[in-house]
Design a protein around this ligand. Structure first.
Ligand SMILES: C[S@@+](CC[C@H](N)C(=O)[O-])C[C@H]1O[C@@H](n2cnc3c(N)ncnc32)[C@H](O)[C@@H]1O
Length: 268
């Protein structure tokens, strides 16, 4: 589908600083798996083909992430998680200011911004690529209290120390689990950083929780529930965004509470 067939417009934060980019999506007839989706962007007099999963390249171009995923493909995941978490906090009479959040796969800060909007007290972003941290600093410089570039499974000593002293009580992970992004071992490592009784809020593609899952998340999430490690309090299947043909991609958002660490033998 071409960009003129899908909704366009500006989102809030960065729009005033942002120039509109010329973006073309592949033709409607092409069937492309979510993992292989791409667009073409007109830059410096040339069309450049960029894969959606090439986050480093996307973050380097100011405004591209927001314009592509949010304006054109109507991504709703940060809003949905923010809303569910806020509702659950209200239901449980928890002050959002008490949240000390680890935003795993934080990207350029759209989720952090939602968490600030609901009043989260302390925000730590983690992403595996430096371009994400640079884009968060460029686009949303006041959102995170700290932002680390690290693999949470094997963080360098200084990041390990900083995450310990942050006294994290909430994990947020939006649109970043599965495919070549965050694997079950990294989800477990981040989950185990959160204090017992803390909040776990994440989104995941619906297929990764189904019987056909090969990512390992379906088994892991089920095991966490069965062993009483994660108590889901709110679960919603929703339209994450549309794909390049305008067809809906459905994800599941889960907001729950952590009761104990995930032992290593629960990993797939
Ligand atoms: C689709 S983006 C989502 C960004 C943000 N959560 C949002 O919803 O706007 C996925 C992010 O996960 C990051 N990522 C991929 N693998 C990761 C890993 N193992 N640890 C931390 N971040 C990772 C990517 O670099 C990218 O920034």
């Amino acid at each position: 589908m071409h960009s003129d067939q899908l909704p366009t417009g500006n989102d809030g934060v960065a729009s005033s600083r942002r120039r509109e980019l010329e973006i073309e999506l592949p033709r409607r007839s092409e069937h492309i798996d979510q993992d292989a989706e791409y667009c073409s962007v007109f830059l410096d007099g040339n069309w450049r083909k960029i894969r959606f999963h090439d986050y480093a390249e996307i973050y380097r171009i100011p405004g591209l992430y927001e314009q592509l995923f949010h304006d054109i493909l109507d991504c709703r995941s940060p809003d949905v998680v923010g809303k569910l978490l806020k509702e659950e906090l209200q239901r449980q009479n928890v002050d959002a200011a008490s949240l000390r959040v680890l935003d795993l796969g934080a990207g350029n800060g759209l989720v952090g911004e939602q968490l600030r909007n609901i009043g989260a007290g302390h925000l730590v972003g983690v992403d595996i690529i430096p371009e994400a941290a640079e884009a968060a600093r460029r686009d949303r410089p006041r959102v995170y209290d700290a932002y680390h570039i690290a693999d949470v499974v094997t963080p360098p000593a200084e990041v390990d120390g900083a995450l310990r002293s942050a006294e994290l009580n909430t994990l947020c992970c939006v649109a970043a689990l599965g495919y070549a992004d965050i694997p079950p071992a990294a989800f477990r490592a981040a989950f185990n950083r959160i204090s017992e009784g803390g909040w776990i809020a994440f989104t995941i593609k619906d297929r990764f929780l189904s019987a056909e899952d090969t990512s390992g998340f379906a088994r892991l999430v089920r095991a966490c529930e069965e062993h009483g490690l994660l108590q889901p309090r709110s679960t919603e299947r929703y339209r994450h965004r549309v794909d390049v043909r305008g067809e809906p991609l459905h994800y599941v958002a889960i907001v729950g509470t952590k009761h104990a660490d995930i032992p290593v033998d629960l990993l797939p």
